[in-house]
Design a protein around this ligand. Structure first.
Ligand code: CP
Length: 325
C-alpha cells in the first residue's frame, strides 16, 4: 500500500484489510510498537466540514508514531474560502506534506483536488454522501474484535457463524452506512447471513450498493417497520445525520434504538457517531454498545493505515514480552 491513495472501499483488498486489522490489534494491545516509525513524515488533515473523531483520531494516530501534523481544521481558514480552487490547493499540498487526509462536503472533492497535480497519497476522510472508507475500516475492525472476543478466536475472523445485519437509515444518502455496507458486501460477506435496511425512503440503496449486495448473494429486505424485524438482528447499525448539500439533516428519526428496544440479548449496536436522539444513552453501559469501540479502535486502524501508506511497516517493532507483563 506504500504511496497509495485510499479513496473508496472497493480499492482495498480483503487481504490488505485483514493485515491492517491485525496490525491495529497489535498496536492497540501493545504487542507491537511503532512509536517512532513515522518520524520525518508530515501528515496534513484538511477538513472542510466539521469532525471530531475522524480528524482527531488521524492526528492522534500520526502523533503516536512520531509524525508531524499540520491541519486545516476548518475550510473557512483556508484560501478556498477566498475562492481558490481545490485543484490549486492540491498543487500546493505536494510541497507541504507527505500524506493528506481530506474531508469535504462535495462528493467530487477527491477528483477536484487531484485535478491538476496532487502527487502525495490522499486519504478520504469523508466526501459528501459518497464514501467514508476509513470509518468502514474502524467499523469492521471493531466487529472483528468483538466477535473474536466472544468466539475465543483471533483476528482475522475465519468464516463461521453468519450474522443478521440490520441497518437503520438511508445508505444512499449516508456515507458511513454506505461504506460500511459496501465493505461488508465486497470483503466480508462470509460473516453475514442477510441484510435488512430500515428506512423511510422506499429506495434506500443506490445502484452500486444494490449490485454489491446482489453480487455477494446476500438477501436484502427494505422495510419501514423496525419493530417487526429488530428482534432478528445480531448487528444493528444506526445512523440518522446526513449531509444535504452543505447542511446537516436528520433522516429516519422515527427509528430510535434504546434500552426499551426489543433487541436480541447479544445484539451489537453500531453507530458512526455523532448521535442525536436516534440512539439512547441508556445503551452506553450495556454489552450492546459497540459504538464506543468503533471510535476507540479508529485510532489504531488509522495508525496502521498511515504506516502502510507511508511505507514504514519495516520500522514497527515487536514489544519486549516483559513490557507486556
Ligand atoms: N464518524 C465520524 O466521521 O465522526 P466525525 O464526523 O466526528 O469525524
Amino acid at each position: 500500500m506504500e504511496g497509495a491513495s485510499i479513496l473508496q472501499v472497493n480499492e482495498l483488498t480483503q487481504t490488505q484489510l485483514l493485515s491492517l486489522f491485525a496490525l491495529a490489534s497489535d498496536l492497540e494491545t501493545g504487542r507491537r510498537t511503532a512509536s517512532r516509525a513515522l518520524e520525518g513524515v508530515i501528515v496534513l488533515t484538511a477538513f472542510f466540514e466539521p469532525s471530531t473523531r475522524t480528524r482527531l483520531s488521524f492526528e492522534s494516530a500520526a502523533h503516536r508514531s512520531g509524525a508531524s501534523v499540520i491541519s486545516v481544521p476548518d475550510g473557512r481558514v483556508s484560501s478556498v474560502h477566498k475562492g481558490e480552487s481545490l485543484a490549486d490547493t492540491g498543487v500546493m499540498l505536494n510541497s507541504y506534506a507527505d500524506i493528506v487526509v481530506l474531508r469535504h462536503p462535495s462528493g467530487t472533492a477527491l477528483d477536484d483536488i487531484r485535478a491538476t497535480r496532487l502527487n502525495i497519497p490522499l486519504i478520504n476522510g469523508g466526501n459528501g454522501c459518497a464514501e467514508h472508507p476509513t470509518q468502514a475500516m474502524a467499523d469492521w475492525y471493531a466487529l472483528h474484535k468483538r466477535c473474536a472476543d466472544r468466539d475465543g478466536a483471533e483476528i482475522p475472523l475465519r468464516p463461521g457463524r453468519r450474522r443478521s445485519l440490520g441497518v437503520i437509515g438511508t445508505p444512499r444518502r449516508m456515507r458511513a452506512l454506505r461504506s460500511f455496507l459496501l465493505m461488508g458486501a465486497v470483503h466480508f460477506p462470509h460473516l453475514l447471513r442477510e441484510v435488512t435496511v430500515v428506512s423511510e425512503d422506499p429506495q434506500p440503496l443506490d445502484a452500486e450498493l444494490a449490485k454489491a449486495l446482489a453480487d455477494a448473494s446476500l438477501p436484502v429486505v427494505c422495510t419501514a417497520d423496525l419493530r417487526q424485524h429488530v428482534g432478528r438482528f445480531d448487528i444493528v447499525y444506526q445512523n440518522s445525520l446526513t449531509l444535504v448539500g452543505t447542511e446537516y439533516e436528520v433522516f429516519d428519526s422515527a427509528f430510535r434504538i434504546d434500552g426499551d428496544t426489543p433487541l436480541k440479548p447479544d445484539a451489537l449496536v453500531m453507530h458512526p457517531l455523532a448521535r442525536l436522539s436516534e440512539l439512547g444513552a441508556d445503551l452506553d453501559g450495556t454489552p450492546h454498545n459497540l459504538y464506543f469501540d468503533q471510535a476507540d479502535g479508529a485510532v489504531f486502524v488509522r495508525q496502521a493505515l498511515l504506516l502502510a501508506v507511508a511505507g514504514r511497516l519495516d520500522r514497527i517493532r515487536r514489544s519486549d514480552p516483559e513490557d507486556l507483563g
